[in-house]
Ligand binder design. Structure first.
Ligand code: F6P
Length: 566
């Protein structure tokens, strides 16, 4: 059987053994840790700068052995090698999947040639172009049409052309050059453009239109709105003559684009000289490390962006070369498969104890759910088991005061990843609290939560505190709630790259075991098509309105009435 034939994981010997094993082994983290003082050490691994403790998961060494066997039977290693080699593992789009090539350091040997294309040379050429542009903006050499230096960069994109840049921009706030800031427009709700341009000076604003396809309704609509805003505001300031050439000149100085479709960029009116390319072998949700990160390269500079890419590469190398028994993304991906397919978990929480990572869960939602929310395999056959779990989360400690109740005492098992950094960007001290190191207080919560989830609190322990008997059940914590702890030295550009690559490869491993194409996203197409068909019904086309089903038609009529009487 070739690696291109998906294996049904539920038909493997390993899967049957895992089910039997799970039925026989009752998770008991208290007992497991008590009986095995080395458990924490044996289940803790390092991947580049990430220190990852898997010991509070509901697995024994036998569980991990069977999961590794499952990886072998489903040929995960073959698929991993195929991805790194540039084989067309995105079968439904007949494309290579080469986001890992975006972060290969310059001069890596042997060079990577895919489909007759020298990928390394192409990547380095685009990076060089992006870096040169970023330096010009940062230094003030690139100016707006009236000669003023750029102060605000507005990235217009959606999905992978937004979530990555905005998440990383937030994560790397301490590295952003003073006097420069970025804003991100994504939603076609006109409120987004209105709010994100509010208070901006058109003379010092640069728009980056980021769209892999340059055909996305939201992005092109928002780009046109932004262009109109620019022209109107410049005219109002007396900075723009009333002719097409002047308008074109303004676009040339205030708009650049990032896309794989440079012909469409030109058609929009953006000079191809001001466009940065990438390739169809980079999925949108895997593209923040391509020129889609132009806003970031401007904000933090080429040197930091290079460190960011190096972080990705370090995890790529770990993933590519580390035996699966110690391979962190492989182990975490297999644990996720175990929770979804054997334990029956439906969701997975990602809980960053680092405020700057507050958009990380949202970013991961596209990465994981657009990748693995599939019900057919890459050969079109239906899967026979659950696939993509729902990823969600909020930064700690905010989440503790909101939804952690359900994680601690609810009826569902919710595996959770706790992410923290040892060195804070702001080592503040609470003078009134007796000079308390606030980061230490924060981290005490990080450690406390996984401890409480793992070991819980028994009825005896609750009673021993003098709790009234009728309240005891409500105050018992069952424990055995699985968590993974990820600890990094600091939230550097490299660490942010490492975290992203870690989850990219976890996602890959899950998709590989499930036999699905984690790199297409056909599930978003139907809604896009219907929106285009419905749009005329909202602007007076009676036939289009009559074509709607009774529910949708009635809702549209209701909307139209409300809009007319507003
Ligand atoms: O609709 C889904 C999607 O295709 C995502 O996969 C992608 O990241 C997003 O739209 C934006 O696409 P583009 O970069 O082509 O505008």
């Amino acid at each position: 059987m070739s690696s291109s034939t998906p294996v049904d994981p539920t038909g493997t010997a390993a899967f049957a053994a895992l089910q039997t094993h799970h039925a026989e082994v009752r998770p008991d983290l208290r007992a497991w840790f008590a009986a095995d003082p080395q458990r924490a050490e044996r289940f803790t691994f390092d991947a580049a700068d990430l220190h990852v403790d898997l010991s509070k998961n509901l697995v024994t060494e036998e569980t991990v052995r069977l999961l590794l066997q499952l990886a072998e039977e489903t040929r995960v290693a073959d698929r991993l090698a195929a991805m790194f080699a540039g084989e067309h593992i995105n079968t439904t789009e007949d494309r290579a999947v080469l986001h890992t090539a975006l972060r290969r350091p310059a001069g890596t040997t042997p060079a990577l040639t895919v489909d007759g294309q020298d990928v390394d040379t192409d990547v380095q050429a685009e990076l060089t172009k992006m870096y040169a542009f970023a330096e010009k903006v940062r230094s003030g050499e690139w100016t707006g049409v009236t000669g003023k230096r750029i102060e605000t960069v507005v990235n217009i994109g959606i999905g992978g052309s937004d979530l990555g840049p905005v998440m990383v921009y937030e994560a790397l706030q301490p590295y952003v050059q003073e006097g420069l800031s970025c804003r991100f427009v994504s939603n076609i709700d006109p409120t987004d453009v209105a709010e994100k341009t509010r208070g901006l000076d058109p003379e010092t604003t640069l728009f980056i239109v980021a769209s892999k396809t340059f055909g996305t309704l939201e992005t092109l609509t928002n780009a046109r709105l932004a262009r109109t805003w620019l022209w109107e505001r410049l005219s109002a300031a007396g900075a723009l003559a009333d002719d097409d050439e002047a308008r074109r000149g303004a676009v040339a100085k205030h708009f650049v684009a990032v896309s794989t479709a440079l012909d469409k960029v030109e058609a929009f009116g953006i000079d191809p000289a001001n466009a940065f390319g990438f390739w169809d072998w980079v999925g949108g949700r895997y593209s923040v490390d391509s020129t889609i990160g132009t806003s970031l390269a401007i904000a933090v500079g080429p040197e930091r962006f290079t460190e960011f890419l190096a972080g990705f590469h370090a995890i790529d190398e770990h993933t590519r070369t580390t035996p699966f028994e110690r391979n962190v993304p492989v182990l975490m991906g297999l644990l996720n498969v175990f929770y979804v397919n054997v334990v029956g978990a439906h969701t997975h929480a990602v809980l960053p104890y680092a405020q700057y990572l507050h958009r990380f869960p949202a970013y991961l939602q596209q990465l994981t759910m657009e990748s693995n929310g599939k019900s057919v395999r890459w050969d079109g056959s239906p899967v026979t088991h659950e696939t993509g779990e729902v990823f969600w989360g909020e930064p700690g400690t905010n989440g503790q005061h909101a939804f952690y109740q359900l994680i601690h005492q609810g009826t569902r098992i919710i595996p959770a990843d706790f992410i923290a950094v040892a060195t804070p960007a702001h080592p503040l001290v609470d003078g009134d609290g007796g000079d308390a190191d606030v980061h230490a207080l924060f981290m005490a919560n990080y450690f406390a939560q996984t401890k409480a989830l793992a070991f819980g609190k028994t009825a005896e322990e609750v009673r021993a505190e003098g709790t009234a008997e009728e309240i005891v059940p409500a105050r018992v914590f069952s424990g055995n709630r699985p968590t993974t702890s990820i600890l990094a030295p600091a939230l550097t550009p490299s660490v942010v790259g490492q975290l992203i690559a870690l989850y990219e490869h976890i996602t890959f491993v899950q998709g590989a075991v499930w036999g699905i194409d984690s790199f297409d996203q056909w599930g978003v197409e139907l809604g896009k098509k219907l929106a285009l068909e419905i749009a005329p019904a909202l602007t007076g086309d009676a036939d289009a309105l009559a074509d709607q089903d009774p529910s949708t038609g009635a809702l549209i009529r209701h909307y139209l009435q409300r809009r007319a009487t507003a």
